[in-house]
Design a protein around this ligand. Structure first.
Ligand SMILES: NC(=O)c1ccc[n+]([C@@H]2O[C@H](COP(=O)([O-])OP(=O)(O)OC[C@H]3O[C@@H](n4cnc5c(N)ncnc54)[C@H](OP(=O)(O)O)[C@@H]3O)[C@@H](O)[C@H]2O)c1
Length: 361
């Protein structure tokens, strides 16, 4: 099979680097174009990654693929759309707001940025949960006159929460959710990111705009295509001195009574939509439930199933809420929460026939 040619906007950033690693040996997609800011344009990727003090800015423990290291980087607005089948976008929201619609005129744009997540013609896809929301893409094409489209992935902090809630929504109904997150510093990216002097030996109790976005996105992901889920969601989002992986403490009020064992079994057995189960980046299980009360631990568990699993533990009854339960979850913010989550969306849209190779047709 001829692989689809992919361009990557924001290739030098933290999410961008995760795309580079995830696409290195992908069975369907091949990375053939790199773009970043004018600071990086005109350099080879390796050179563009170099920090002002000379240190390499390659952030991952996986080696940088040599083919990519020597690829040229162009400016964000300089990709030749005729050369690609897909654009992956990993830029800040203001940059995405300007650039993504330009590329969507011709191509599918799969984005980690928030710029278009809340449009009523934009699906917020989490393939195991709401694969059928991709029909919204037709409305988007019509309304915006795009030949391509924009499909963003949800916030990292909303992904683990929505995945853990999906089996509960489907089996018991969910009335209300309270969530406190302990989010990794990599979630803030590198430009400007979180300063070491602010975060070491500290917890920052506020992440601007995060809580409202997680609340809206959780309901949009779990709702119908054009109607958010009616559950109430209230969040406190904090930043903690952890490199990668978000931990969340969740309290949930169900419509129907259940037991701790039933909840654990329901989450463990949940398989998600049929289309999502066979995708190349799909983990063997979307949710892993741990019995050990000292787990999940972010450092030990975030990389389970290559960073694509949501790991749930400490499931207990809660006496304050009606049909109340509480649990702790861990999910990987730059893998499932960003690049690999976006890649999973692209795989699903390809499997659904919404992304095609322009050279094969
Ligand atoms: N980090 C996470 O865990 C995470 C999770 C979910 C979603 N996201 C989202 O993913 C996006 C990227 O986040 P990040 O953490 O990777 O940020 P980052 O590390 O700060 O990287 C930003 C990237 O954008 C590039 N860029 C800046 N201006 C540009 C322009 N005008 N045209 C093209 N590229 C430009 C930068 O290139 P230069 O190197 O040349 O400056 C860099 O490659 C954001 O929207 C963020 O909210 C991130």
């Amino acid at each position: 099979m001829k692989k689809l040619r992919c361009a990557l906007l924001g290739a030098t950033g933290l999410a961008g680097q995760q795309f580079v690693a995830a696409l290195a040996s992908h069975p369907w997609f091949e990375l053939t174009g790199l773009a970043a800011s004018t600071r990086s344009a005109g350099k080879h990727y390796m050179e563009a990654l170099r920090r002002p003090n000379g240190m390499s800015g390659w952030f991952l423990s996986e080696p940088l693929p040599s083919r990519i290291a020597s690829m040229p980087v162009v400016a964000g607005d300089a990709l030749d759309v005729g050369l690609f089948d897909i654009v992956f976008s990993a830029v800040a929201a203001d940059v995405a707001l300007a650039l993504e619609p330009v590329y969507a005129q011709r191509l599918p744009v799969i984005s980690t940025a928030s710029a278009f997540r809340y449009g009523d013609d934009v699906p917020l896809l989490l393939p195991p949960i709401n694969a059928e929301h991709s029909q919204l893409i037709e409305k988007q094409k019509q309304q915006r006159g795009f030949e391509g489209f924009i499909a963003p992935n949800p916030k990292g902090a909303a992904i683990g929460l929505a995945l853990s809630l999906a089996p509960l929504v489907q089996n018991y109904g969910v009335k209300a959710v309270l969530m406190t997150s302990m989010q990794a510093i990599s979630g803030a990216g590198r430009a400007p990111g979180v300063a070491a002097l602010d975060i070491l030996e500290n917890i920052i109790p506020y992440i601007p705009k995060e809580e409202g976005k997680v609340e809206i996105e959780t309901k949009k992901i779990l709702g119908q295509m054009d109607t958010p889920h009616a559950m109430k969601v209230s969040c406190t989002c904090t930043r903690v001195p952890v490199l990668e992986g978000h931990t969340e403490s969740v309290f949930v009020s169900l419509e129907k009574p259940a037991s701790v064992e039933e909840l654990a079994q329901t989450m463990h057995a949940w398989q998600g939509t049929e289309v999502s189960q066979k995708l190349p980046s799909a983990p063997p299980r979307w949710i892993e439930v741990m019995d050990d009360p000292f787990r999940p631990q972010v450092r030990l568990d975030r990389d389970m199933h290559a960073g694509m699993a949501t790991i749930v533990g400490r499931i207990r009854e809660d006496d304050v809420l009606e049909n109340g339960f509480k649990y702790v979850l861990v999910s990987h913010n730059t893998k499932m929460g960003a690049a690999k989550g976006a890649l999973l969306i692209a795989e699903m849209l390809y499997a659904q026939g919404r992304i095609r190779s322009s050279t094969n047709t």
